[in-house]
Ligand binder design. Structure first.
Ligand SMILES: N[C@@H](CCC(=O)N[C@@H](CS)C(=O)NCC(=O)O)C(=O)O
Length: 155
C-alpha cells in the first residue's frame, strides 16, 4: 500500500481533512459576504470596480470604506490568523499518531469556535462572546502544538 493510500485510510487524517474543509469553506464564505456588502452598499476598493458597478456620476466617491465591509474584512483576517495555524499544526498533530477521540475533540471544538466567532463578530454580539470563541480556538491550536511537541519533538 502506498504511503498516500495509507494516510487516506487513517481515521485521524480523514477527520482532520473533513474539518480543514469545513473551516476553509467557512473562511472562503467571508469573501462572498464582503462582496455582498460591497455591491449592496456601493463601497469599492478600486476605481475600476466602482466604474464597473456605478452607472453615471462620479465613480471616485464610491471608492471608500464602510463599517460593515470593514467588520467582515476584520473577521476574515482573524480567520486567516487562526485557521492557517490550525491547518499547519493540525497536520503535524495528525501525523504524530494521536488518539482518534481526542483528535476529533480538538477538531470539532476548533471548527465550532471559528463558526461562533464569525456569528458573534458579524451580528455583532457584545463581548466577551467573541473573545471567548477566539480564545477557545487559540487554546485548541496550542493544545495540538503541545501534544505534537510531547510526542515527536526532535531538537
Ligand atoms: N489580531 C487580533 C489579535 C487578537 C484577537 O484575535 N482577538 C480576538 C478576540 S477579541 C478578535 O476577535 N479580535 C478582533 C480582530 O481580529 O479583528 C486583534 O488585533 O484583535
Amino acid at each position: 500500500m502506498s504511503a498516500i493510500k495509507q494516510l487516506a485510510d487513517n481515521e485521524v487524517f480523514r477527520a482532520f481533512a473533513t474539518y480543514v474543509a469545513v473551516v476553509l469553506l467557512k473562511m472562503m464564505l467571508m469573501s462572498l459576504i464582503t462582496s455582498y456588502y460591497r455591491l449592496t452598499r456601493n463601497v469599492f476598493a478600486n476605481l475600476e470596480d466602482a466604474i464597473g458597478h456605478v452607472k453615471g456620476g462620479d465613480a471616485k466617491k464610491y471608492v471608500r470604506t464602510d463599517e460593515r465591509v470593514e467588520r467582515v474584512r476584520r473577521c476574515h483576517l482573524n480567520d486567516i490568523e487562526n485557521i492557517v495555524p490550525f491547518v499547519g499544526i493540525g497536520l503535524v498533530y495528525t501525523l504524530s499518531n494521536p488518539e482518534l477521540s481526542i483528535a476529533l475533540l480538538h477538531f470539532r471544538i476548533f471548527a465550532t469556535s471559528r463558526i461562533l466567532h464569525t456569528i458573534f463578530y458579524l451580528t455583532p454580539l457584545p463581548q466577551p462572546s467573541r473573545a471567548l470563541s477566539f480564545f477557545i480556538g487559540f487554546l485548541v491550536n496550542a493544545s495540538m502544538a503541545y501534544a505534537t511537541l510531547r510526542s515527536v519533538s526532535y531538537f
